[in-house]
Design a protein around this ligand. Structure first.
Ligand code: NAD
Length: 499
């Protein structure tokens, strides 16, 4: 029986009323396991109104009391980490151990948000003028919305919601329609932890729901993560409606292999970062750039063998390196890129087509692909594939290797593997990319630093989590006060100065 999912409003599950649904698949079997309602604009408006009402009381709680709800939430999520991870895997297709990582990286931002009272403190200038004090306070925005992608259904909603609600906002989440069950369960756990109803809501939906959030006058800010064209659309539409927006997009992350790098370490890094989660990570490495022909030949020889021996299995198979892709459409999109790569003249060293997983013949599986001799003018280099496909672009020297990621239209993550500190230092200073790893293939910053790509990987000026999240989810009010004498000498028509 197909499960019918719901929205989560005012602290409880609410069935959809639009009559429109999206199928939620089990990617390991290819079967539809649930259908999720797609909200109407009116349903979104109702969710936003109840969030606005709940936010008034929530903002009046003192910051530590709000943080205590997050502490309890942390414990509740940890207590059911196993079942949540299995639920996540069953809709997304990533392995259970990887799903636990998805939850854990989200919880790390909840831990950070528990300390947010410290960051909500304003600035204070005593006696800025005679009898005048100037101070600032950070106040919540009101209702804020999050629109999130399928590939991290626990982590990204928590990256946005935890700082937002710790700052005193109410949060309306529009999760991906591909895997909405984990966000719905997180909403229940928030209420169990003591969050007042309406402070965290989930409206499921598609473009209709997104557009309703982007144009609702009660929504003050929008945080988006997904593909770049939609990120740009959300950013410009939100701005046109007077909202703050931070919108993170796609990626094409390079890993530079210098001739002095430890090649075994590089191969391990590329296998994990290129093929983990079937390459469906915004920080996946999709381009390896060996410097010099000798480095390239040695790398390709070692890599090819490892890619051929990757174990692809069902999401719940504990021995699998990675599971299926999220949908049949995702498989088709990857296959189209593979054909384009072959047609454009790249050398397909390992071909992941035609793989079947016994007992799961209808699952959305692909094996690992490895392309060599990829050139910058090829589509498989320029565009995000978002699958288990690694491209080798051979660079003649360090200058060319530095230029490739710097000139690419995406600028999310990049890594360099080298034993030379001078090269690493030059690279980190000059590369035109938002997050850099030195001998670290997936440089996702820890929760108390900030996450954000550059160029078409990020639209907006503040990053996710860390101190930037507090700046994004609060507005600064600055007070200039004069005590005890007040104004006694009559009106002044000159701009106030502190002289
Ligand atoms: P997507 O852009 O298809 O969907 C993201 C969200 O936008 C979903 O909630 C979806 O319902 C909504 N959406 C889809 N089409 C829309 C439209 N026409 N109008 C309004 N809203 C729309 O992305 P996805 O396939 O779910 O996720 C994969 C993408 O996300 C990849 O490009 C990946 O690189 C990117 N991503 C980026 C980061 C980052 O931090 N930069 C992190 C994770 C994923």
């Amino acid at each position: 029986m197909t499960i019918e999912l719901h929205h989560f409003l005012d602290g409880k599950p609410v069935p959809g009323t639009s009559g429109r649904f999206a199928d939620v698949f089990d990617p390991s079997t290819g079967a539809v396991q649930a259908r999720v309602p797609l909200a109407t604009a009116d349903e979104v408006a109702d969710a936003v109104r109840s969030a606005a009402a709940a936010q008034q009381e929530w903002a009046a709680w003192n910051p530590q009391r709000r943080a205590r709800v997050l502490m309890r939430f942390l414990d509740l999520v940890r207590a059911e980490e196993d079942s949540l991870a299995r639920l996540l895997s069953s809709e997304h297709g990533k392995t259970v151990v990887d799903a636990k990582g998805d939850i854990q990286r989200g919880l790390e931002v909840v831990e950070f948000a528990i300390g947010i009272p410290h960051l909500l403190k304003g600035e204070f200038s005593d006696s800025a003028g005679t009898g005048i004090d100037v101070y600032s306070m950070r106040q919540p925005l009101g209702v804020v919305a999050g629109i999130t992608p399928f590939n991290f259904p626990a982590m990204i909603p928590l990256w946005k919601a935890a700082p937002a609600i710790a700052c005193g906002n109410a949060f309306v989440l529009k999760p991906s329609e591909r895997d909405p069950s984990v966000p719905l369960r997180l909403a229940e756990l928030f209420v169990e932890a003591g969050l007042p109803p309406g402070v965290f809501s989930v409206v499921n939906g598609d473009k209709v729901a997104v557009d309703a959030l982007l144009t609702d006058p009660l929504v003050e800010a929008v945080g988006f993560v997904g593909s770049s064209d939609i990120a740009q659309y959300v950013y410009s539409t939100a701005a046109a409606h007077g909202k703050r927006a931070q919108c993170f997009g796609g990626a094409k992350n390079h890993l530079i292999v210098m001739p002095d790098a430890d090649l075994d370490q590089v191969v391990d890094a590329l296998i994990g970062a290129g093929y983990g989660s079937a390459g469906e990570r915004c920080m996946a490495i999709s381009v390896a750039v060996p410097v010099g022909e000798a480095t390239a030949d040695a790398l390709v020889a070692k890599l090819a063998e490892r890619v051929r021996s990757l174990k692809v299995g069902a999401a719940l198979d504990e021995s699998a390196d990675f599971g299926p892709l999220v949908t049949a459409a995702a498989v088709d999109r990857v296959l189209e890129y593979v054909e384009a790569g072959v047609a454009e003249g790249a050398e397909l060293v390992v071909d992941g087509r035609g793989l079947t997983v016994p007992g799961h013949e209808n699952g959305f599986f692909l094996g690992g692909f490895l392309f060599d001799h990829v050139r910058p003018e090829m589509r498989i280099y320029q565009e995000e594939i978002f699958g288990p496909v690694l491209s080798i672009v051979r660079a003649a020297d360090y200058a060319e290797a530095l230029r490739l990621p710097s000139e690419h239209e995406y600028g999310n993550g990049v890594a360099i593997f080298t034993r030379d500190g001078d090269t690493a230092r030059d690279f980190t200073a000059r590369v035109n990319t938002g997050m850099v790893g030195v001998n670290v293939p997936i440089p996702v910053p820890i929760a108390y630093h900030t996450f954000g790509g550059w160029k078409r990987s990020g639209f907006g000026d503040l990053n996710q989590h860390g101190p930037d999240a507090v700046r994004f989810y609060t507005k600064t009010k600055t007070v200039t006060s004069r005590w005890p004498s007040g104004i006694k000498e009559g009106a002044s028509f000159v701009i106030p100065t502190m002289s």
